[in-house]
Design a protein around this ligand. Structure first.
Ligand code: MN
Length: 238
């Protein structure tokens, strides 16, 4: 069994090259795998499954080709596309995963998460995260017209960019204690996440046990994916 894992593609109409790289990946390497996990921020923005904008259509079609071809597809929300819902799942054949999720692959248990929940030092962001993940608020938001939703998201994005510019880089990385907690709570030795756009493999020892944290990279200029095979994980550039 081979599974591939990707994250933080941030596909958008503003940067069509990302979508092209992704479609090539979905029609190529991903077709030779048994499963593909997407750990969030597949899209730069997702206004709701009823958004008729054609910008994401080639990616949705490629995801559908992948599942029709027999590859299992799993999708976890990121902080950009947390409104992906059952309409997306139906259109692509994806199964939606909760964040975090413990995955059993070839007898190895590993924890998958987008990664923003581990960045607890950024207190204003965590407050915002709790608000936008509120189901009642999401239902109310999805009742607005797509045009109104786009305007609201545009304003929120400007605020978020201003916030990010003023934050120290360290505050926007994962918090070491939150990482240790995540390993302990899940009872795993392997953790995969994205979000920070700092790809790397980090070996650490927690409670006397060696553990490994693998961070997926973004797809802005190239791309990055992890391969789960024969009980081990490797991180590769595209
Ligand atoms: Mn993210």
């Amino acid at each position: 069994m081979t599974a591939l894992v990707i994250s933080d593609l941030h596909a958008s109409s503003a940067d069509p090259a990302i979508g092209e790289r992704l479609v090539d990946f979905l029609d190529g390497a991903a077709r030779r795998a048994d499963a593909l996990y997407v750990l969030g921020d597949l899209f730069e923005s997702w206004l709701g499954d009823d958004d008729p904008s054609p910008a994401n259509a080639p990616v949705l079609a490629a995801l559908k080709r992948l599942t029709t071809g027999g590859v299992a597809l799993y999708f976890m929300h990121g902080n950009r596309d947390f409104l992906v819902g059952p309409g997306f799942a139906a259109a692509t054949g994806a199964s939606l995963l909760r964040d975090p999720t413990v995955v059993l692959h070839d007898g190895v248990r590993l924890l998958m998460t987008h990664g923003d929940a581990l960045c607890v030092d950024d207190v204003p962001y965590q407050k915002l995260r709790a608000t936008v993940r509120d189901p009642a608020l999401q239902r109310a938001f999805l009742r607005l017209s797509v045009k109104t939703r786009a305007a609201v998201v545009g304003e929120a994005r400007a605020g978020s960019e201003a916030h990010t510019r003023t934050q120290a880089m360290a505050l926007m990385d994962v918090n070491p204690a939150a990482v240790e907690d995540a390993f302990r709570r899940a009872g795993v030795d392997l953790l995969l996440h994205g979000h920070t756009h700092r790809p790397g493999v980090h070996d650490l020892v927690i409670d006397g046990r060696p553990r490994r944290r693998i961070v997926l990279g973004d797809w802005y200029t190239s791309g990055s994916f992890a391969t789960l095979a024969r009980g081990s994980v490797t991180l590769s550039p595209l």
